[in-house]
Design a binder for this molecule. Sequence first.
Ligand SMILES: CC(C)(COP(=O)(O)OP(=O)(O)OC[C@H]1O[C@@H](n2cnc3c(N)ncnc32)[C@H](O)[C@@H]1OP(=O)(O)O)[C@@H](O)C(=O)NCCC(=O)NCCS
Length: 260
Amino acid sequence: MKSAVVVGLWRVPLTAAAGLRVWLTAADAARAARYHQAVDRDRAVASSGLLRLAAAELAGVDPAELTVVRRCRTCGGGGDHGRPVAVTPDGETMPGVHLSSAHAGGLVLVAASREAPVGIDLEPLDGAGPDSWTIERIALTPGERASLEGLAGADLDRARLRLWVRKEAVLKATGHGLAVAPHLVDVAGPVGRWRADPAAPVGHQGADLAEVLAEGASLVDVDLEREPKLGYVAALAVLGVSAEVGPAEVTIEWHCDPLG
Ligand SMILES: CC(C)(COP(=O)(O)OP(=O)(O)OC[C@H]1O[C@@H](n2cnc3c(N)ncnc32)[C@H](O)[C@@H]1OP(=O)(O)O)[C@@H](O)C(=O)NCCC(=O)NCCS
């Protein structure tokens, strides 16, 4: 029997940033204002606002009753970087609210679940994402490279980018992000798994990654390729599936009009 996990996915276009600004804390607004480019400021605003709305909906409380802070697994520092975490007005972590966020091109995505840590990632298919050299030489495992054999052109580009977003989704679910060498995670199959490489730089091994990923992360490819104007590749990772139970049965619930 598989375990069942429900994950809510919230999606807004970047043009929703102005409407979401009302949900930012002073710290969120200051963090967004530090970006030089308007598009990055809008992404930070939309992500922070949407995270707060999603967390409140998941917790069944008013958005004013929580804030979302960032916590870095690598340096332990709080505030401006790391995994998004919902906290009460007293600064206590809210139990049962697992969050993740991604923004690229003109789209912002937030994933939230009561049951398990989640990671979401997306990249546009227009070439603005990570280049093929970086993915092929730095990020892929031998098994992932083998999964690309025989593909060419747009199919190869899409499959390569799909591996990349799966990888980032897993590393967001664990909280390590790219502080860890991405080839230490294999995402060729339906479950993302840790893969040892003693030759990887010690600083990029993610001391506890093997432990955190011991039970793997269930992977779901999220279909965004029919978005208007620009296609995207996106993936969701759900952490903490036991070896006995197998990959989680993941059900996605879309919330496409959170401002409506
Ligand atoms: C996670 C990461 C790969 C995402 O980068 P990206 O592709 O440029 O951006 P994306 O749009 O895909 O994702 C951005 C979101 O990832 C989330 N995120 C950032 N770091 C994260 C982490 N360690 N774990 C989980 N989620 C993380 C944030 O919610 C962020 O959204 P925000 O702008 O609202 O805060 C990158 O930020 C990263 O590697 N961070 C960790 C680096 C690190 O730990 N360095 C050591 C610092 S001491």
